[in-house]
Design a protein around this ligand. Structure first.
Ligand code: IMP
Length: 524
């Protein structure tokens, strides 16, 4: 039997009197003189006190100095991960998508536009048509724009005198594509006057059976529009990442560091881009610094995330040149062979800890990019100081990721490939395309791959997958005893959140053991 500690009345008093808390502080855990570089699997966070329901845990966090998100999830700018569809649903679920740049500048800007147009408070530049447009024109525009309500103005331009509205209901059963819209458009319109507030407009839409509220000036010129479907979306996605002023979804995109990328960025800024990532596997370069300085000077309102970096010296250069966020990771991606081929990189947990510790002192939020395979890895990345996590493989294979499903060995799959894979670098059939610029110098004669091309299994829609990550992360924080992502990070810095190093056998113990067979279902 253990002797009673006479000087203390309770076990709580005794444990509080001890010089050291159980486990390790984050600084002790990450002391590279002792253990070398660590990955997420090399350690665990110790449990704390649960005094609140997991639903109370706030996952609000900073993406950049000026952008706050309701969840820390970011989708990677890869051509098998983030195009408009992914970016829309990432933002609706509280995160943000970063649209890849392995495509023409026009295509990338069109994707940004699609995200920004998806959900609006007031739609301030609605797509309009003229009375001479045909039903065939409207059907084609519906395909191109992804929506089907087009106001008709006298001159077919915006702003212009309002004549009517064509919706899918008006053209649903029409087989003759040559019919003019003036013959089938709805003329009995619900209008509001310029100056109406968003809540007044929403109230009119709510009590009305019509789908669109058309806002007109005193000369009956269309000046903006409200949509009922947007209202409904607002209710379904309470966490949605939106601009405070325009209520449009937030959208990010990546660019390279070539001179042509400046024009690419200009097009995307015109389309409403909120944040740009300068996409380099080694971000500490003269090319990136020049680009960063140019962006900050040319588009002072645009938030810029620089990277990738894995050391504080790399970070210092980018912070000093004005970046609003940093992207951390070199060689940890699931499709990445950079560490093998280039001998350059850093185990991800060590990279995240060291860069975040430094950058957070300058108020620069960090994104842990690559190597995230489960919810536990997300918790660990945040506990090490990052504010957000960027995921590629975790989100590939979902309904919203680009590409078609195919079957192999009885499994439903989608392609997932590194942007430094030969496949991705040769997408446009010539050197100097966007993906190549991340991994390749223009003067080089041979493409040296830093990534592979593969396939991942169908994960269903991110509309289910992201809520799974969200709830899981809330539960994880609850186990640790922290009520928010901020508290998790602060607790680690103060030494209240504790850690344990995992030996190889501890990692085995933490896996599934001694079962004849099992099925691993992650969520219902
Ligand atoms: P994942 O989430 O582990 O699949 O890693 C995704 C991350 O890997 C991306 O966000 C990029 O930072 C990185 N990445 C993408 N393509 C390549 C590549 O071809 N080689 C090395 N890293 C890559």
């Amino acid at each position: 039997m253990v002797a009673a500690k006479r000087d203390f009345h309770t076990a709580i008093e005794y444990v509080e009197s001890l010089e050291r808390k159980d486990g390790l502080s984050v600084a002790e855990l990450m002391d590279s003189n002792i253990r070398g570089g660590l990955t997420y699997n090399d350690f665990l966070v110790l449990p704390g006190y649960v005094g609140f329901p997991s639903s109370d845990v706030s996952l609000q966090t900073q993406l950049t100095k000026r952008i706050t998100l309701n969840s820390p999830f970011v989708s990677s700018p890869m051509d098998t991960v983030t195009e408009a569809e992914m970016a829309i649903y990432m933002a609706l679920n509280g995160g943000i998508g970063i649209i890849h740049h392995n495509c023409s500048p026009e295509d990338q800007a069109a994707m940004v536009k699609k995200v920004k147009a998806f959900e609006n408070g007031f739609i301030n530049s609605p797509v309009v048509i003229g009375p001479d447009f045909t039903v065939g024109d409207v059907k084609r525009m519906r395909e191109e724009c992804g929506f089907s309500g087009f106001p008709v103005t006298e001159n077919g331009k915006f702003p212009g005198k309002l004549l009517g509205l064509v919706t899918s209901r008006d053209i649903q059963f029409l087989e003759d594509d040559s019919v003019k819209v003036t013959d089938i458009m709805t003329k009995d319109l619900v209008t509001g006057y310029q100056g109406i507030t968003l809540s007044e407009g929403n109230a009119i839409l709510k009590e009305n059976k019509k789908g669109k509220l058309l806002i007109v000036d005193d000369k009956y010129n269309l000046v903006s529009m409200l949509s009922r479907t947007d209202l409904m979306k607002n209710e379904i996605y309470p966490l949605a990442s939106k601009s405070a002023t325009t209520k449009q979804l937030l959208c990010g995109a990546a660019i390279g560091t070539l001179p042509a990328d400046r024009e690419r960025l200009r097009l995307m800024v015109e389309a409403g881009l909120d944040v740009v990532i300068i996409d380099s596997s080694q971000g500490n370069s003269i090319f990136q610094i020049e680009m960063l300085k140019w962006i900050k000077k040319t588009f002072p309102e645009l938030e810029v995330i620089a990277g990738n970096v894995a050391t504080r010296e790399q970070a210092a250069n980018l912070i000093s040149n004005g970046c609003d966020g940093l992207r951390i990771g070199m060689g940890s991606g699931s499709i990445c062979i950079t560490q093998e081929v280039m001998a350059c990189g850093r185990p991800q947990a060590t990279a995240v800890y060291n860069v975040c510790k430094f950058a957070n002192e300058f108020g620069v939020p960090c994104m842990a990019d690559g190597g995230v395979q489960n919810i536990g890895h997300i918790t660990k990345a945040l506990a090490l100081g990052s504010s957000t996590v960027m995921m590629g493989g975790m989100l590939a294979g979902t309904t919203e990721s680009p590409g078609d499903y195919f079957y192999r060995d009885g499994k439903r799959l989608k392609s997932y490939r590194g942007m430094g894979s030969i496949d991705a670098m040769q997408k446009t059939g010539k050197k100097g395309n966007a993906s190549t610029s991340r991994y390749f110098s223009q003067s080089d004669k041979v493409l040296v791959a830093q990534g592979v091309s593969g396939a991942v299994v169908d994960k269903g829609s991110i509309n289910k997958f992201l809520p799974y990550l969200y709830n899981g992360l809330q539960h994880s924080c609850q186990d640790i005893g922290v009520t928010s992502v901020t508290a998790l990070k602060e607790g680690a810095v103060k030494g209240d959140v504790r850690f344990e190093f995992r030996t190889a056998s501890a990692q085995l113990e933490g896996g599934i053991n001694n079962l004849h067979s099992y099925e691993k279902r992650l969520h219902n």
